[in-house]
Each structure stands twice: as structure tokens, then as C-alpha cells.
Design a protein. Structure first.
Length: 617
């Protein structure tokens, strides 16, 4: 069989068990799966090369078969219906919640007439590099072993070896049902036991519907919100509560380009938006688990605080290149790990302090590390906030005094002041207020360009940056301040591409990389939030509906970026921050006609996440 290139990103579906995840293409190929954790080596890595790097195909033999797909209502269970001239069948793909081992189930059901199928299993451990030793056991069971990994396939159809691949052709008739069970386990332990696929399907359906049924209503956007929350739950590593930015690595931000990053880790800068999305929707247990993960990850010497950690709180995330992989449609390098973990990014201090403040406002249980950790971080911030940093976008060019970074420094001091004022915590209010004012004065003196009538990306620069849209959202300035009005207008004029925003113009910023990138979806949601704050609700709704109509695939999944000209998805997929932004903007729109407050002014659960008209300067 000739090697097959991966499908367009938007053609993939996500399935997972809240510890790892797989991507399933529209044509029935599982092209990405890391076992046993999100950050483990992939055993199916066709996504970053071709089918010879590992996949599990289950599809109609008739290449003209029509495929329609959906998630079973309220779940992460994928149902793909295949229609041919001879009949109709469906494939049900899911990963049951983790028991002793990790399972991937594929159930084929005949609906009408008969449908001919083909199956193809090609296991390649360690990101497509290691060929396992495969032997056939009693009952047609296949066991593949390489190093620490063992994967077992239990199938009612015998798969025969063919050019280092195991293949089968079979027919499914109406009323017939065949179940394929792929199971991972440590190679040094006894072979994983078989599970009942029908019982597993019933339990998995019950779990997801029970979980998603708790979602608060978001008006006309409730179903979009529920699907995004299911996606966020699937990106959560259940044992620790950490939420990965995406389950993939090295899907390019530009076709064929080098802006390819490993996103299978947890970023502190996503902390507040994540917490608000979960609390908005009523998931306070998950919000507390995320906050507690943050405490454990950030605990220790504040001088060693990082901007991101592993899903268990790991700190060493060395970046290396999987040189044997050709990359997604030739986009190289393929990176594993992320060197940005060692960057200085001042904005994370504000995100951590804001996240913990919002948790306190939302009534989350107090944590024994809570205030002591925050005061230690503030002491560290006193020492470093005047330094240049790598910024919110983690540039690999020269360090700069990024305006949005300094604004989040202001947030750190502001939330510390509010925590003392509102909750009676102990601290030096005079010093914290003075620090807050000093940062504010620094930003207004150096981050605003009077000639442009706009805040700028970094001090002394003429470049714009969509992260400046955070200034009203975090309470630094009211949205109707002339300086913000000028900034919003300048961003719309210079960073808008076909109705969506770039995060910055790569031609104006030395970010240490070649090439460009697509429009950045979270920034476009932030623009909608600014419209809501300004009372421009028709424009906010129009932008939100344009985003969800264009940037969501047929299953409601979003990537990080889009190619504005073609609508093709770019960047890692599905992207947690895009879904978080969707959830928060949806609730902001749903509650726009109710009294509510921006992030800086909240004092309780009611209205958390809603944005309205203005902030007192």
C-alpha cells in the first residue's frame, strides 16, 4: 500500500479517556495516539509524516462511500455512518474511562444491506520510530511489544501481515456487529485483559452525558458551549487536574513552515481564562482541580517559577527534534518538548494571582498554600518586573518590554491589593498600591504611542499586538478610554484579515522565526469581548457567529489558527485556549443584558465571566 499523507486538520475528530487522546480522520484512520499519557511517545504518528509512521484504519473498501459523522449527543463518542450503493454501516469510536489499562474501542454495525470494509493496523512506537515485535496468540489476538510498551488487538476478524502491516477485508451485513479492542499496558506486566465493548460503550455514554448535563445554559450558544467543555474535559489529565493546551505537537502555524510547537503541556497563562470558563459553566469541582494543579506546579522557589509545566507538574521539558518524521505535509521540524518552559514571561505572575483571586471570588475552598505562595511570587515580581521578557507569544527573538506583559504585572499587584481589601488577608497595602501605580505609570509612559493613538506591542515599537485587547478585559483601562478606543481601531485596521485577527504582524516583529502564520482565534474572541464591554452587542454577536461558523469543524472542534484566505485549520488541534475563549465569550453574550463586572471588579460567583460596559479608571 502506498503511504498516505494525513488529512486536513479540520477533518479530524477527537476521542479520549481524560488521560490521553486520539485523532480520527473522516476516512476512518486513527493517525495520532500517545500512550499512556498525552505527553508519551506516539504509537500512531501518521499525522506527522505518513501512514508508514503508524495508524489504525477502519473504513469502507469502496473509496466513493459517503461518510457522515457526529458525536453521540452529550458525549465524546464518535459515530461515523458509511453509505455505499450496497448498504449502510456505522463505526463507533471511543475510549472508555481509564481502568487498569487504557482501551480504544471501534465497533462496526451493519445498518442496511451490506458494506465491505478494510482494516489496516500499523503500530510504530516512539513517534513512528520503533517497530514492535508482534506475535499472534490464541483466538487471533495480536500482541505488539517494544521496550516499555505493549499493545494488544482483540478482533473478530483475522488481520494478516502484509509489508509490515496487518490487514483484513471483511463484510458487515444489516444487524451484524463487530468490535475491535486495542489496549495498552506496560510490557513487563501480564497481558491486559479483554473488556466487554458493549458494557464499555454504555458506561462511557453514561459518564459523558452525566458530566455534560451539568453545564449551565448559555442562551442560544448552549450547545456550542457544551461541546467546547466536553473538549476541555477530554484535554484534562484526570489524575492531576492539569489541562493540556492541545493533544498534539508540531501541527504548523503556516503550511510547510517552521512554527511548529509541542502543546501537550499546561500553560500558566491559560489559568484565569480556564478557571472562569469552568466556573461560568458550573464546573466548580474541575475548577478547583485545575487551581490545585496550579498550586502544586508553581510551589517552590519563586525564582524557579516557570511559564508552563508537564501534566503532572513536571518542570524539565527539554525540546528535541524527531528528525525521522517528515512533519505534517512537510512542515519541519517536528518538536517534542518545549524550550519556552525556560523563558521569562512576566505575564504569568498576573495570571496566577488573578486565577487565585477569581477562585476566591467564586467561593472555591481555600488552599493551604494560597496566600503564602502569592506573597512569595509578589516578592519575586518586585525583583524582575522591570526586565524585558519573551512576552505572551513566547518569541524566540530578542527580549523586549512587551506592553501586555507589563499590564499583567499590574494585574498581579492589583489582585493582591483587592485580595487584602476584600478578604482581609495580611499584606503591606501601601507597598503593593505603590507598586501597582508604578507599573501603571510605566505602561502609560512607554507602552502608548501618541502618534499612532494606540498602545503598541513593546516599548518604543510601532508594531501592534492583539494581546493589547486584554487591557480592558483585565481592568487596566476602561474600554471607552480614548487610548483603548484608538488601540481597538488600530488593531482592527492593521491586524484584521478577512474578519479575523492576527495576533501580531510577523513582518514587523523580530520573533526569531521565519515565515508567517494564520489568524489567531482566541484574539478574535477577545475582540468580541471588547465589543461587549463597549455595548457594541450586534458587532459582538456577528463576530462570535462568524468565528463559530467558520472556525469550528462539523464536530464543533477548533484549532489555534486559520488560513484566512482558504479557511483551512492551522496549528495544534483541538486547541484548548480557542475553546476556552468561545465558552467565556458565549457567556458574556448570554449575560450582556444583566448587571455584571469585568474581571478586576468581581466579588462573587453571580456574573463571573460576564463583561459589561465600563471600568472606573
Amino acid at each position: 500500500m502506498n503511504p498516505r499523507l494525513p488529512a486536513p486538520i479540520e477533518d479530524y475528530a477527537l476521542i479520549g479517556d481524560c488521560e490521553t487522546a486520539a485523532l480520527v480522520s473522516r476516512d476512518g484512520s486513527i493517525d495520532w495516539l500517545c500512550w499512556p499519557r498525552f505527553d508519551s511517545g506516539a504509537c500512531f504518528a501518521a499525522l506527522l509524516g505518513d501512514s508508514s509512521n503508524g495508524r489504525f484504519l477502519l473504513c469502507a473498501s469502496d473509496k466513493s462511500a459517503r461518510a457522515t459523522r457526529r458525536y453521540r449527543d452529550g458525549t465524546l463518542i464518535l459515530e461515523t455512518r458509511l453509505t455505499t450503493p450496497e448498504g449502510e454501516a456505522e463505526v463507533i469510536d471511543f475510549m472508555p474511562l481509564r481502568g487498569v489499562n487504557s482501551d480504544l474501542m471501534r465497533i462496526v454495525r451493519g445498518l442496511h444491506g451490506k458494506v465491505e470494509f478494510c482494516a489496516e493496523l500499523l503500530l510504530r512506537f516512539d513517534y513512528g520510530r520503533s517497530k514492535p515485535w508482534i506475535n499472534r496468540l490464541e483466538g487471533g489476538v495480536l500482541r505488539a511489544v517494544a521496550g516499555p510498551d505493549c499493545v494488544v488487538l482483540r478482533s473478530p476478524i483475522t488481520l494478516r501481515p502484509e509489508n509490515f502491516t496487518h490487514c483484513a477485508h471483511f463484510t458487515v451485513e444489516a444487524g451484524q456487529e463487530l468490535a475491535f479492542e486495542l489496549t495498552w499496558g506496560p510490557s513487563h506486566l501480564p497481558m491486559p485483559r479483554a473488556e466487554d465493548p458493549h458494557l464499555a460503550l454504555e458506561h462511557t455514554t453514561h459518564f459523558w452525558r452525566g458530566w455534560s448535563g451539568r453545564c449551565h445554559a448559555a442562551g442560544p450558544y448552549t450547545e456550542l458551549v457544551r461541546r467546547s467543555l466536553i473538549t476541555l474535559k477530554a484535554l484534562t489529565y484526570a489524575p492531576t487536574g492539569g489541562i493540556v493546551a492541545a493533544p498534539t505537537t508540531s501541527l504548523p502555524e503556516e503550511p510547510g513552515g517552521e512554527r511548529n510547537w509541542d502543546y501537550r503541556f499546561c500553560w500558566l497563562r491559560d489559568a484565569t481564562f480556564t478557571l472562569l470558563a469552568l466556573m461560568n459553566a458550573g464546573y466548580f469541582e474541575e475548577a478547583a482541580a485545575w487551581r490545585d494543579w496550579l498550586f502544586r506546579a508553581a510551589a517552590g522557589d519563586p525564582a524557579q517559577a516557570q511559564i508552563m509545566y508537564g501534566i503532572g507538574g513536571e518542570r524539565r521539558l527539554p525540546e528535541w527534534t524527531a528528525s525521522w518524521l517528515a512533519g505534517y505535509h512537510g512542515a519541519r521540524p517536528v518538536r517534542v518538548g518545549n524550550a519556552a518552559a525556560q523563558q521569562l514571561q512576566l505575564d504569568v505572575f498576573g495570571e496566577v494571582l488573578d486565577c487565585l483571586y477569581q477562585g476566591r471570588c467564586g467561593g472555591l475552598p481555600e488552599h493551604d498554600l494560597d496566600w503564602s505562595l502569592q506573597t512569595a511570587l509578589l516578592d519575586r515580581l518586585d525583583q524582575v518586573w522591570r526586565q524585558p521578557d519573551a512576552g505572551i507569544w513566547e518569541v524566540r527573538g530578542p527580549l523586549q518590554h512587551f506592553t501586555s506583559s507589563k499590564a499583567l504585572v499590574w494585574v498581579a499587584y492589583d489582585r493582591a491589593v483587592k485580595s487584602i481589601e476584600r478578604f482581609g488577608l495580611k499584606g503591606d497595602l501601601k507597598r503593593l498600591r505603590a507598586s501597582r501605580q508604578a507599573v501603571r505609570a510605566d505602561i502609560l509612559a512607554h507602552g502608548f504611542d501618541p502618534d499612532l493613538g494606540s498602545f503598541v506591542q513593546s516599548y518604543g515599537s510601532k508594531a501592534l499586538d492583539a494581546s493589547l485587547l486584554l487591557l480592558p478585559l483585565v481592568g487596566f483601562l476602561p474600554v471607552d478610554d480614548p487610548r483603548m478606543l484608538g488601540t481597538i481601531e488600530a488593531i482592527e485596521r492593521r491586524l484584521m484579515r478577512r474578519g479575523f485577527l492576527l495576533r501580531y504582524d510577523t513582518g514587523q516583529t523580530d520573533d526569531g522565526l521565519q515565515g508567517g502564520e494564520g489568524v489567531f482565534l482566541p484574539c478574535s474572541f477577545w475582540l468580541a469581548d471588547n465589543y461587549i464591554l463597549a455595548g457594541r452587542l450586534p458587532e459582538a454577536r456577528a463576530l462570535f457567529e462568524r468565528l463559530t461558523g467558520t472556525a469550528c469543524n462539523d464536530l464543533g472542534l477548533m484549532s489555534e489558527e486559520l488560513d484566512a484566505a482558504t479557511g483551512r485549520f492551522l496549528g495544534n488541534f483541538p486547541q484548548g485556549l480557542s475553546h476556552i475563549a468561545l465558552v467565556n465569550t458565549a457567556f458574556n453574550l448570554a449575560r450582556a443584558d444583566k448587571p455584571a463586572e469585568p474581571r478586576a471588579e468581581r466579588s462573587g460567583v453571580e456574573g463571573v465571566g460576564a463583561l459589561q460596559k465600563r471600568l472606573a479608571e
